[in-house]
Design a protein around this ligand. Structure first.
Ligand code: F6P
Length: 368
């Protein structure tokens, strides 16, 4: 066995699930147990399991044969242990017993030298706060949204791009058959990476993302232009967090209040209604939803998640805590959690892929 500064650690998955979580768990666990001789404690349902002490030792049988399985064998939750504690937003009653204290108690009870957490922005922000409380924590970047600061890619993202692209491909044939406008709404609240990549991969004609607020008149004009060129159908790819130019100028709370009054369940339906009323073209909506989060990871994500997992095991062995594994300059690396916490990686307005999309004729509804 190779020498390790960690003898026993806990592992948890937190936030929205995605393909690749089990591949990452397998990567951490196989390297940690077989190369460094570490004991592994699986913590159930994200940080909630750590607060409740819901954990069990994992054996090699637990992390064998899970490379291709979707979801997470550990379960997940969106528990935020520090919510309300430090921002003074919640009363003592609401905050309840100090969850971070419960976590520290359970880490001691479970005899954990360290924690490995797989999650998105919120999860890695919590990991940073736990590090500041003195715990040894290592984060892995997981989300289909690809919006985690400090890493060029997150696992789960490319699997979701594949699902979304296949859906767009299928919409092309039915849109063409019926001379319709097909709006497909993809996940991605804060960042439009999924819509941008799948929009390009699927040949979307219009791609609407949170980073580029849209103008309904421009969208209609782009569709009319296509029709004047003989294209009797269009594919519109919309990220669930997209907004109009008018909404972008409003404070977030005001924007949310206005949305709640609108007769549309989500942005995709609103965009479709605007298109249909302005162009007179039959328009239909597909909300891809949780299909983007389910199923087996793509080969790319299996490799990425395994690389991230084994890198986390090496950080554990070397005692390099308070860091998140990342992809940097197309290589596996790690950065301090303090650089990741409370940040979101959105698409820069001058990102080359926005230019690429425009150069092949896609529009972003911004009139450019
Ligand atoms: O964070 C990933 C994500 O899939 C977002 O794209 C989506 O808006 C959100 O999770 C859905 O969250 P939940 O699974 O809690 O409904």
């Amino acid at each position: 066995m190779v020498k390790s500064s960690v003898k026993r650690f806990g592992i948890l998955t937190s936030g929205g699930d995605c393909p690749g979580l089990n591949a990452a768990i397998r990567g951490v666990a196989k390297a940690a147990s077989s190369v460094f001789g570490m004991e592994i404690v699986g913590i159930s349902n994200g940080y909630r399991g750590l607060i409740e002490g819901d954990a069990r030792e994992l054996s090699p049988d637990d992390f064998s044969g899970i490379l291709t399985r979707g979801g997470t064998i550990l379960g997940s939750s969106r528990e935020k242990p520090f919510k309300g504690r430090d921002d003074g937003q919640a009363s003592d009653a609401e905050v309840g017993k100090d969850k971070p204290e419960l976590i520290k108690e359970n880490v001691a009870k479970l005899r954990l030298d360290a924690l490995v957490v797989l999650g998105g922005n919120g999860t890695n922000t919590t990991a940073h706060l736990l590090s500041k409380e003195g715990l040894n924590v290592i984060g892995l970047p997981k989300t289909i949204d690809n919006d985690i600061w400090g890493t060029e890619v997150t696992f789960g993202f490319h699997s979701a791009v594949e699902v979304a692209t296949e859906a767009i491909d299928r919409l092309h044939s039915t849109a063409h058959s019926h001379n319709r406008v097909m709006v497909i709404e993809l996940m991605g609240h804060k960042a439009g990476w999924l819509a941008l990549y799948a929009g390009i991969a699927g040949g979307g004609d219009i791609i609407i993302i949170p980073e580029i607020p849209y103008d309904a008149v421009s969208v209609a004009r782009d569709i009319e232009k296509r029709r004047s060129e003989g294209k009797q159908f269009s594919i519109v790819v919309v990220a669930e967090g997209a907004m109009s130019k008018e909404e972008a100028d409003l404070p977030k709370k005001e924007r949310r209040r206005l949305r709640e009054k609108m007769p549309y369940p989500s942005i995709g339906y609103r965009v479709a209604a605007e298109i249909q009323s302005m162009t007179g073209m039959e328009t239909r909506v597909t909300v891809l939803g949780y299909l983007q989060r389910g199923g087996t990871p793509s080969p790319y994500d299996r490799v990425l998640a395994t690389n991230f997992g084994t890198a986390a095991a090496e950080l554990l062995a070397r005692g390099r805590f308070g860091r998140m594994v990342c992809m940097k300059d197309a290589s596996i690396s790690s950065i301090p959690l303090s650089e990741v916490a409370d940040r979101t990686k959105t698409i820069p307005a001058d990102h080359y892929m926005v230019d690429t999309a425009r150069l092949v004729g896609a529009c972003f509804g911004d009139g450019a």
